[in-house]
Design a protein. Structure first.
Length: 150
């Protein structure tokens, strides 16, 4: 059987329902644990103000991430993989795409926030991120861009 390759494409309006459902289902436990309410309005606002991408294996959507470009840094809003595809290098491939294709010398860092207790913290640390701050809900993490203009 032929192995299907991973492709990453810009998200389009037809991907909105998949992205929203994936983020909601993957993050629901953290919203509940931190006594926060999910906001569809907030997700839709983020969708409209960010650049989203879909990870595909063959024709199947398996992951989603979104970034926004801030003065001096790239902010990673979301990075999600379907549970049945975790541990297969999809998150690593999405992160590599961000670092190789989106991050250039204009941005000094990639920044993100992750719920405390989320095992994704280890993934980000393995990808070169450090914890820049932590509060009762979130850890703010940062990856320093070696390509950034000094």
């Amino acid at each position: 059987m032929e192995e299907k390759q991973l492709k990453i494409k810009p998200a389009c309006i037809e991907d909105l329902s998949f992205a929203r459902g994936l983020v909601f289902s993957n993050m629901r436990q953290y919203y509940l644990a931190h006594e926060m309410d999910w906001s569809d309005t907030g997700f839709h606002r983020g969708w409209a103000s960010s650049n989203g991408f879909i990870a595909l294996v063959g024709a199947d959507r398996v992951g989603y991430f979104s970034v926004r470009f801030e003065p001096g840094f790239l902010y990673l809003n979301d990075m999600q993989v379907l549970p049945e595809y975790r541990g297969q290098g999809i998150g690593s491939a999405m992160m590599q795409f961000i670092m190789d294709e989106l991050l250039d010398d204009e941005w000094s860092a990639i920044r993100l926030k992750v719920f405390n207790g989320n095992p994704a913290i280890r993934f980000y640390e393995k990808s070169g991120f450090i914890v820049a701050f932590s509060d009762h809900r979130f850890s703010g993490m940062e990856y320093k861009n070696a390509k950034a203009a000094r």
